[in-house]
Write a new protein. Structure first.
Length: 91
């Protein structure tokens, strides 16, 4: 991929704005992963607390583990994408 340095002098304001817009979209994506993870974690804990049955406890644990996995996946995805953007820009 070509970075911004390869196009020196050819870039216009629109190119820089597209980069900034993509960075903002990436931040919004990370926040949505976090919101999903938080909602799943709260649901799992609520299920474990409200019902005192063994299958509810096991299901709650599974939901909480899923929430943690989603949060980790979202973090890794956003870090990789940010690194690709920085590489493209030539930082």
């Amino acid at each position: 991929m070509k970075g911004y340095k390869d196009f020196e002098g050819e870039l216009i304001l629109r190119d820089y704005l597209a980069y900034d817009r993509t960075r903002l979209a990436l931040a919004r994506t990370f926040l949505s992963f976090g919101r999903t993870s938080l909602g799943l974690g709260a649901s799992g804990m609520g299920l474990m607390i409200i019902r005192n049955e063994p299958w509810c406890f096991a299901t709650g644990i599974c939901i909480i583990i899923t929430a943690i996995v989603i949060l980790i996946f979202g973090g890794i995805y956003c870090i990789r994408f940010k690194n690709r953007l920085d590489e493209l820009k030539g930082r």
